[in-house]
Design a protein around this ligand. Structure first.
Ligand code: CO
Length: 132
């Protein structure tokens, strides 16, 4: 397992990118819309991991609700798993709250689900299986 990315909720993707491009020297950025999550995503490579900037595409996006309630900031930590279905089964069995019992398609072809912050001491954890 490793940390795949750190997700940060932002109001405006271009504004956030301008800021992060100042911090990270000439970063590689990939932008994509993820309709299932109602977000526009910018993935910024940082060594072996990434910073994922998330801009809500609509008011009912979970990212829009997060920003309204808590402001911009760290939203989740993404961890890679080998086999997401077996991880979901194992963690559900262990009593953790899995938000999507059936994994969904995330950005860049990844298959994802989330662990509820109530199960993880307040931090939303995204599990991602990388495309084969
Ligand atoms: Co993510």
């Amino acid at each position: 397992m490793k940390i795949d990315h750190i997700g940060i909720a932002v109001k405006n993707l271009q504004d956030a990118l301008n800021q992060y491009e100042k911090i990270l020297d000439k970063p590689t950025v990939q932008i994509e819309e993820v309709p299932s999550e109602k977000v526009r995503v910018a993935m910024i490579a940082v060594g072996e991991t990434r910073i994922e900037l998330l801009e809500p595409l609509s008011e009912d996006s979970t990212i829009a609700k997060f920003i309204t309630e808590r402001g911009e900031g760290v939203h989740h930590i993404g961890l890679t798993v080998e086999d997401i279905k077996s991880s979901i089964a194992k963690l559900s069995e262990a009593g953790l709250r899995v938000i999507y019992p059936e994994p969904r398609l995330g950005s860049h072809g990844k298959t994802i689900t989330f662990l509820h912050p109530k199960s993880t001491k307040g931090v939303l954890i995204e599990l991602c299986q990388l495309p084969k």
